[in-house]
Design a protein around this ligand. Structure first.
Ligand code: AMP
Length: 208
């Protein structure tokens, strides 16, 4: 199955994508993870993306479209994959239709007020990518690998508001785009991660 995970920043797309990938035995393709890795490694793609990512803006469509088109060619995607954070614009969704056919789009919905609190309190492990929240986890180090946790630059308050407005302006129209194609499954992302995961699996398996 090829599935897109859609939703505002902080809705839990990444967390749920990892769980659903493990459950289904398919790879997670996260454009955010790919871009941050490219930035850390100082590649040409990373250099092109950096100013946009740091400002909470979307990187240009052609850059992410090329990344995803190339990644989908790899053999581990033969039985499907989860696209996490792509597409984020109608132009990206239209490009994706030309090189992949989707089975479902999971839309994780969370109210803006809650997203601001979630993103501002988020801490990540720069080594293994683990995600924590200061209100839930009383730890300065990653519980999986011991690395000191950091706040993503784009989780700082001013950038968070930018990312939310980018979501409303450019990504939210995809709800109608995929709704019109009969692919959309909307999940209440304000629930606990376990309840959210159970709803996603139920919605995907209902397709049979
Ligand atoms: P994420 O980890 O998904 O929140 O993505 C972090 C940042 O990477 C975003 O704020 C954008 O700057 C950039 N990014 C990730 N995916 C895309 C995409 N599909 N289109 C444009 N920019 C993206």
């Amino acid at each position: 199955m090829k599935i897109v995970f859609l939703g505002p920043p902080g809705a839990g797309k990444g967390t749920q994508a990892v769980r659903v990938c493990t459950h289904m035995g398919v790879p997670q393709i996260s454009t955010g993870v790919i871009l941050r890795r490219a930035m850390q490694e100082g590649t040409e793609t990373g250099a092109k993306a950096k100013a946009f990512v740091d400002a909470g803006q979307l990187v240009p469509d052609e850059l992410v479209i090329a990344i995803v088109a190339e990644r989908l060619q790899e053999s581990d995607c033969a039985n499907g994959c989860i696209l996490d954070g792509f597409p984020r614009t109608v132009a990206q969704a239209e490009a994706l239709e030309k090189f992949a056919s989707l089975d479902a789009v999971v839309n994780i919905a969370v109210a803006d007020e809650e997203l601001v609190a979630r993103l501002s309190g988020r801490r990540v492990c720069p080594s293994c990518g683990g995600t924590y929240h200061i209100a839930l986890d009383d730890t300065a180090d990653c519980k999986a690998c011991g690395t000191a946790l950091v706040q993503r630059d784009d989780d700082k308050p001013e950038t968070v508001l930018n990312r939310l407005s980018v979501y409303h302006g450019q990504t939210k129209p995809l709800i109608d785009f995929y709704g019109a194609r009969g692919l959309l499954k909307t999940i209440d992302g304000s629930q606990t991660p376990d309840a959210c995961f159970a709803d996603i699996i139920r919605a995907l398996e209902a397709d049979g």
